[in-house]
Design a protein around this ligand. Structure first.
Ligand SMILES: C[S@@+](CC[C@H](N)C(=O)[O-])C[C@H]1O[C@@H](n2cnc3c(N)ncnc32)[C@H](O)[C@@H]1O
Length: 275
């Protein structure tokens, strides 16, 4: 379940054309998304040594939500609650939804000082909320498991009222480094999700999305882009070794917005409003 895999951008095969731009999701039986329950993988340990990336995502939430207040925020695919706790600053009530029993078990301890966060089992494609009952939905580091994220987008659209906000972060296949690689190989940047899994043994999806396609899918569903950020712009072992963390964070803060329009970094964030 290596998260490095999920955010890593290498030239791999685009997955089936059927999954990307169309906005009509077929109604299929929901397959349990319990990948994080398998084996000995502990997602909490993934964050050891990744202080910069974690701080970059904290900053991103602050830049997007500062000055806003919500009644009910939902962290969809929230894992053990790493970022759910930050939503407490902006929302009266926070619900973490995750399909993994193991993540929820870790959350019990991680969230013990945050009684306003309610952690529940559930899946993005079938959320346990009434139509229009949630005013902020957040999805961070989840759609690399969803070659077709449209059923999730439709579900989030359903639970938000008109004017409700959707904050989504995902691995950006069209980042600067990858674009250079494609130019050098005289290859076009794919519009289909790109399979970046390194193991053929498991059936867990690891894909990277083209942010322009994701944006189009969301707009076709009735979302309007309010803001956009480029995140973890200095995710490089060399930079992390050579520059002090404080300096990287300062640069990250200053550049998340200016670099967004060019889809520079390995992670893209959209703040969307339901029309
Ligand atoms: C890399 S973790 C990210 C957790 C959290 N958002 C964070 O940033 O720390 C991916 C999470 O997505 C969850 N997940 C996978 N498929 C999902 C689905 N279809 N619906 C909701 N969550 C899903 C996994 O159980 C896992 O907790």
């Amino acid at each position: 379940m290596s998260k490095t895999k999920s955010q890593k951008s290498t030239s791999k095969k685009p997955v089936s054309k059927k999954t990307s731009t169309k906005v009509s999701a077929p109604k299929r039986k929901l397959r349990p998304a319990d990948q994080y329950d398998n084996g000995s993988y502990n997602y909490q340990h993934y964050w050891d040594g990744r202080d910069y990336e974690h701080a970059a995502e904290q900053l991103m939430i602050e830049q997007m939500l500062s000055g806003r207040k919500f009644k009910h925020a939902v962290d969809v695919g929230g894992g053990y609650g790493r970022l759910s706790v930050l939503l407490c600053k902006y929302a009266k009530k926070v619900t973490l939804i995750d399909p993994s029993k193991k993540q929820l078990q870790i959350a019990k301890d991680f969230l013990k000082d945050y009684p306003q966060v309610d952690a529940q089992i559930g899946q993005a494609e079938k959320l346990p909320f009434k139509d229009g009952s949630v005013d902020l939905a957040m999805v961070v580091r989840v759609i690399h498991h969803l070659p077709n994220p449209i059923p999730m987008f439709e579900e989030i659209h359903r639970i938000l009222p008109s004017g409700g906000l959707f904050l989504i972060e995902f691995a950006n296949y069209a980042n600067f480094k990858n674009r250079v690689k494609h130019i050098l190989k005289a290859k076009k940047m794919p519009t289909q999700p790109v399979d970046i899994s390194t193991s053929k043994d498991n059936d867990i999806s690891f894909v990277n999305h083209n942010p322009k396609v994701v944006k189009r899918q969301l707009m076709q569903l009735g979302f309007k882009v309010e803001d956009q950020l480029s995140v973890s712009n200095f995710r490089s072992p060399t930079l992390k070794k050579r520059l002090p963390k404080k300096m990287l964070i300062k640069l990250e803060k200053a550049l998340q917005r200016p670099l967004a329009k060019t889809y520079f970094g390995p992670s893209t964030v959209f703040l969307l409003k339901k029309r």
